[in-house]
Design a protein around this ligand. Structure first.
Ligand SMILES: Cc1ncc(COP(=O)(O)O)c(C=O)c1O
Length: 337
């Protein structure tokens, strides 16, 4: 505490403090503090990577659905964007066989996100290696948005290495927002080859210049204590998964899901014949429940659910969702055929 109180709040180190960068570097293979750039969240990390590496006309392959900027920023730069889609008949899981034909010798960047927002899909270590090998064969780079790193789900997929560990074609993006539940700190980072990190640093000079010193110090505390925080999160997620399992079983006539393999999110299917935007608005306005509409990700008939809320909040949210769905059914909304 005293160290925080004594912190001088002048301009801080532009790349992030050496202490934070070296602590993060130690979580990757063959990585020094020079391979790390601290950014204003993963959102700035992704933004500067796209704007440093891509030009009008470049080909980019991006997972779909996706956290919006992963698709819209390359498109705004003028790239030809193609989409790697999941198998919906297979619990929203990705098959590298579907990625292979999308990658050509003109592909500049392959953008993945694992564990995945919004489906909760997670690539295996073998799949990640296959993606990396594809990039190597075609001369592309891989941007792996690892915002949900360190968030293994009980009963889900085992943790896989960050793409940075696979070699110099891999660029990892991380954040404290999801694994440590502190998005208000706005601390993320890039872990990649030195030349790419330097390019991103040069571009970031025109945007936010440097991370906030106090936030950098608080992020260092979170990352240093990540095992304790991960244990706490695991305990919360375990309870929420039990609650969800019972809830989905009780409401099997109206809702279904595949629990996340990793991360905090999944898409749940609902059987009422009502647009997902309308249902999400009703839930938010009349039941104080926040579930993102599947249509926002291209999946009508689904809502995105998060499993990271405090257990009593999560339970209440599901109970209210049940009350809403049962009320709609009783008031004449039909089930989908
Ligand atoms: C896949 C993904 N990437 C990046 C971000 C942005 O994270 P941050 O808060 O670190 O900017 C999010 C936030 O929801 C996300 O889901």
């Amino acid at each position: 505490m005293q160290r925080l109180l004594d912190l001088r709040l002048g301009y801080s180190e532009a790349r992030g403090t050496e202490a934070l960068r070296s602590t993060l570097a130690a979580t990757y293979a063959n990585t020094s503090p020079d391979n790390i750039l601290i950014t204003t969240g993963a959102i700035e990390a992704n933004y500067v990577i796209f704007n440093s590496l891509l030009d009008d006309g470049d080909e980019v392959v991006v997972v779909d659905p996706a956290y919006q900027q992963l698709q819209s920023v390359p498109a705004a730069i003028g790239c030809h964007v193609s989409y790697w889609k999941p198998r919906t008949d297979f619990g929203f899981r990705y098959d590298v066989a579907d990625l292979t034909p999308l990658v050509t010798d003109r592909t500049r960047l392959i953008v993945i996100n694992t564990p995945h927002n919004p489906t909760g899909a997670a690539l295996s270590a073998d799949q990640l290696q296959e993606v990396y090998d594809l990039a190597e064969q075609s001369g592309a780079l891989v941007l792996s948005d690892e915002a949900y790193r360190w968030l293994e789900v009980p009963g889900g997929a085992p943790a896989i290495p960050p793409i940075r560990n696979l070699g110099e074609r891999g660029i990892s993006v991380g954040t404290v927002s999801k694994p440590f539940g502190v998005p208000g700190l706005r601390i993320g980072w890039i872990a990649g080859p030195v030349d790419i990190v330097q390019k991103c640093w040069a571009m970031r000079d025109f945007i936010t210049l440097s991370p906030g010193g106090l936030n950098d110090a608080l992020a260092l505390i979170a990352i240093t204590h990540r095992d304790q925080i991960a244990a706490r999160t695991r305990h919360i997620v375990e309870q929420n998964l039990d609650t969800a399992e019972a809830w989905f079983a009780r409401n099997a006539d109206l809702v279904s899901w595949t629990p996340p393999q990793g991360g905090l999110l999944s898409l749940m299917r609902f059987e009422l014949d009502v647009p997902s935007y309308q249902l999400a608005n009703t839930l938010a306005e009349e039941y104080s429940v926040m579930l993102a509409p599947g249509a926002a990700f291209g999946y009508e008939g689904y809502l995105r659910i998060g499993i990271g809320a405090p257990p009593e909040v999560f339970r209440r949210g599901l109970d209210e969702t049940e009350r809403c769905l049962r009320h709609l059914l009783a008031s004449g909304v039909k089930k989908r055929s």
